[in-house]
Ligand binder design. Structure first.
Ligand SMILES: Cc1cc2nc3c(=O)[nH]c(=O)nc-3n(C[C@H](O)[C@H](O)[C@H](O)COP(=O)(O)O)c2cc1C
Ligand SMILES: Nc1ncnc2c1ncn2[C@@H]1O[C@H](COP(=O)(O)OP(=O)(O)OP(=O)(O)O)[C@@H](O)[C@H]1O
Length: 312
């Protein structure tokens, strides 16, 4: 899959494709359906498939602190789109200039001049352009004039509800991991590199891998049963996402994972943590001894969870 960053990096050879536009946060089953349709249309027309995404996502541009936490960073999204068989991603910086483009200007500059789109596939609720004035009806009118066809993707529902990134976030906040997995078509995961921690966990008897979150905000917090993928192998584990009020509290969330039955050095390695069940909220304990007892309980609960159940 080829990534083009910004309109200015489009070349004449990029013209001629089928496209869709959106945030595609989490690449959930609604997105997967649109992407499947896009692949079909690309094959029919003999042109590449292209997904147009924004970075930051528009809501993050308008309210960096109030926008909901992401399900996927840009690199996760790109991996997921590649796995869906998409040929090309155009990643546009969402900035003042872009937000001020009217719907007609956006269509002309991005879809026509930039991509030479032959066919556009969007959800029927898709809105775009300055003040979100552009919609499916507008595209249907302007498409034939600008030389492309437009199709509204059928709405994908799970359990009678439209699948959306918002719904996945709600499921995670409610710790409904079965629903989140159903909506995503895979378990919710967080990937990252292992950093050095304070080395306190070892003293607590439960060595943990500290996954680098940087400034990333995550859509869940608490103590969880997880599975961890490391170099193509899967391990059962238990994880904490929180600010660790008992021991420090730099106010930033940390993701720490203890792999059951694993011995070895994980510093600098890359791992993927899949979330399956919430055990409890994070708590401030009166002593390290009390924290240790709680963590021992979490480890036992994770062991019981995986007992007789295949790792996934
Ligand atoms: C399963 C698990 C549950 C945890 N629960 C809590 C908790 O409820 N409250 C808390 O302050 N810290 C909690 N922690 C975080 C510990 O405080 C942390 O592992 C310890 O500070 C070691 O940090 P270090 O790896 O940076 O040395 C938990 C950690 C794990 C692995
Ligand atoms: N369940 C769905 N069925 C059909 N199309 C969908 C579905 N979900 C999203 N789409 C379409 O996929 C494209 C990208 O959607 P986008 O990621 O912007 O929105 P979303 O998944 O609904 O997220 P949010 O909850 O943030 O609105 C849009 O064209 C949108 O209409």
């Amino acid at each position: 899959m080829h990534l083009v960053r910004g309109l200015h990096n489009l070349r004449p050879r990029h013209r001629g494709c089928v496209a869709t536009i959106g945030n595609f946060d989490g690449v959930h089953r609604g997105h997967q359906a649109i992407l499947a349709r896009l692949r079909e249309r690309a094959a029919e027309l003999g042109v590449p498939s292209c997904v147009v995404i924004f970075e930051p996502q528009p809501r993050e541009f308008f309210g960096p602190d109030t926008a909901p936490p992401r399900l996927s960073r840009l690199r996760d999204k790109l991996e997921l789109l590649a796995a869906e068989g998409i040929d090309r991603v155009l990643c546009l910086s969402f900035n003042r200039r872009l937000r001020e483009l009217s719907a007609a200007e956006f269509v002309h500059a991005v879809l026509v001049e930039g991509l030479g789109v032959k066919h556009l596939e969007v959800g029927d609720d898709f809105r775009f352009g300055c003040d979100r004035a552009g919609d499916f009806e507008f595209l249907r009118q302007v498409g034939p004039v600008e030389g492309f066809t437009v199709e509204a993707a059928a709405t994908i529902e799970v359990a009678g509800e439209r699948v959306s990134s918002t719904r996945v976030r709600e499921a995670l906040a409610e710790a409904n991991f079965a629903l989140a997995e159903h909506l995503l078509g895979r378990p919710f995961t967080i990937e990252g590199r292992i950093l050095h921690g304070q080395k306190l966990a070892r003293q607590l008897g439960t060595p943990t891998a500290n996954v680098q979150l940087k400034r990333r905000r995550v859509p869940l917090s608490g103590v969880f049963v997880v599975s961890v993928e490391l170099d193509g192998r899967r391990w059962p584990g238990v994880a904490n996402i929180g600010v660790r009020p008992t021991v420090d509290g730099d106010g930033r969330p940390h993701l720490e994972v203890h792999l059951l039955d694993f011995a070895g050095d994980l510093y600098g390695r890359h791992l993927t943590v899949a979330f399956h069940h919430k055990l409890r909220d994070e708590q401030r304990f009166a002593s390290l001894e009390a924290l240790k007892t709680a963590i021992d309980g979490d480890v036992a609960a994770a062991r019981a969870f995986w007992q007789g159940q295949p790792l996934k």
